[in-house]
Design a protein. Sequence first.
Length: 68
Amino acid sequence: MPELEPITWQNIPGLTDRERELGEMLFYGADLRTLTLASATVGDERIPDIRAGQVYRETDSHTHGRAG
């Protein structure tokens, strides 16, 4: 099975340039497929939640709720 290319701050879809910059400051070089990031802020700037290499914004919460 071929190894997949890592999902990084530079190639994950759905982030602004500023969010990419902040993410790199916090977790430089991280493969975002293996990272769960929730409610992260740098100063007063918020980075969207990231789970398994996908960006989840607050407006997405109603479509990605937990089954219960």
